[in-house]
Design a protein around this ligand. Structure first.
Ligand SMILES: [Zn+2]
Length: 394
């Protein structure tokens, strides 16, 4: 390769590393996809399968994808350095094919990016062309000490509320303070405003302005999702976060079940992004996140494990087997949290079904507020972690 391309050994090695990185991420995506397909096959779910088949991850350079992949420069062939130039506090320097000669490229990073660069060790960078501009993506690695785990924070991403969370501890029954809700009323309000503007621009056929407004809407949604993720991380010190990944939920609502309004909410609801942001925000603080793939968390009764339940309203779930009436979001959060606590067989057995402590703790002021009851388990934590590395593009 060195001979054919006339490149130095360092360049060839960096190219090989970049190619490997690309293939590895493809293999990983593909493995995840296969797992979901098997799940759909087990469920005998034709429509889900059909959708999945269209989403098979493609290997690099297939399907007419002929874009060049920018290589990652590391210390073998390039460096990111401080500079004395006022307008450009940072520069990148790249080796050329001539010995001892390097190209210097001036950068103009924002304060935000400079701060990110300072918070860890710079591993490598990539030069990316988007439109007519060149960008530098930087990998910064920072070691974060893992926080000790003393509890599980179960998080259920809801449609109307941004997230319902519950703190599960092995040595304490649930109490009122363990429940919290992260609301996103402001997000909904802002997005509705922007949606109206988008609709107006569509009517007036102002395509340029429409595109800008759509971008703005995306950024606003991302901003609020980031806030939600930060809040989850803030309340989860010394926890494992188990966040619901309701893969089935969008799909289940395709059926014409008369829930038109709910479906409309659903399409705007990017739970995947909130989960990704949560993993990132938690990783920065050394908090582990698991996203158990639980299709039934929302309809399973957390007290007896029965799926013989019904949603009385969007926010209240009732169990026909044990008679529990419970806030649906918190019920989901408890199921999600407990799913990483113990094996499937013992999962429900540890819940104290006796209503005795129920009565004393219970304070129900409205339908749908959490009904509290004793909660015990004696199992070790056996979480299925998601690997969240500490790399951040700047
Ligand atoms: Zn029940």
């Amino acid at each position: 390769m060195q001979k054919q391309a006339g490149l130095s050994a360092g360049f060839v090695q960096c190219c090989a590393d970049t190619a490997l990185w690309m293939w590895r991420s493809y293999w990983q995506l593909h493995r995840e996809w296969q797992r979901t397909v098997r799940q759909a096959q087990r469920a005998g779910d034709e429509r889900w399968l059909c959708k999945l088949m269209k989403r098979e991850p493609q290997p690099p350079f297939s399907n007419g994808l002929r874009h060049k992949i920018p290589i990652w420069f590391d210390d073998r062939i390039g460096s990111l350095e401080h500079s004395e130039i006022k307008l450009s506090p940072r520069v990148i320097r790249i080796s050329t094919l001539k010995r001892g000669e390097r190209i210097t490229v001036l950068l103009n990073p924002a304060k935000y990016h400079l701060d990110l660069l300072e918070c860890g060790e710079i591993k490598s960078f990539q030069i990316v062309k988007r439109g007519k501009k060149f960008y530098v993506h930087v990998k910064v690695e920072r070691e974060v000490r893992d926080q000790p785990v003393r509890a599980v924070r179960g998080v259920d991403l809801g449609v109307k509320r941004s997230a319902a969370t519950v703190l599960l501890r092995s040595d304490k029954p649930l109490s009122r303070g363990d429940f919290s809700v992260i609301r996103d009323g402001e997000k909904t309000h802002r997005l509705n405003e922007l949606n109206e503007k988008v609709a107006k621009l569509q009517q007036m056929k102002k395509w340029g302005a429409l595109k800008r407004m759509r971008n703005k809407r995306r950024r606003v949604a991302e901003y609020y999702d980031r806030l939600t993720a930060k809040r989850i991380a803030d309340i989860s010190s010394e926890c494992i976060v188990a966040i619901g990944h309701p893969k089935g939920i969008k799909y289940e609502n395709y059926r014409d079940n008369g829930k038109r309004k709910l479906r409309r909410l659903m399409t705007r609801w990017a739970y995947g992004r909130i989960i990704r942001y949560t993993i990132e925000e938690c990783a920065e603080q050394g908090i582990k996140v698991a996203a158990p793939d639980e299709r039934w968390t929302s309809i399973t009764c957390h007290r007896c494990g029965s799926r013989n339940t019904e949603r009385l309203t969007q926010s209240v779930v009732h169990c026909y087997d044990c008679g529990l009436t419970y806030n649906a979001d918190f019920n989901g959060a408890i199921n999600i949290g407990s799913s990483i606590l113990a094996g499937p067989r013992s999962r429900w057995a540890e819940v104290d079904p006796a209503p005795t402590s129920d009565e004393s703790l219970e304070k129900r002021d409205e339908a749908g507020s959490p009904r509290l009851h004793a909660w015990e388990w004696s199992h070790e934590l056996c979480p299925d972690f998601i690997d969240a590395d500490d790399e951040h593009g700047a």
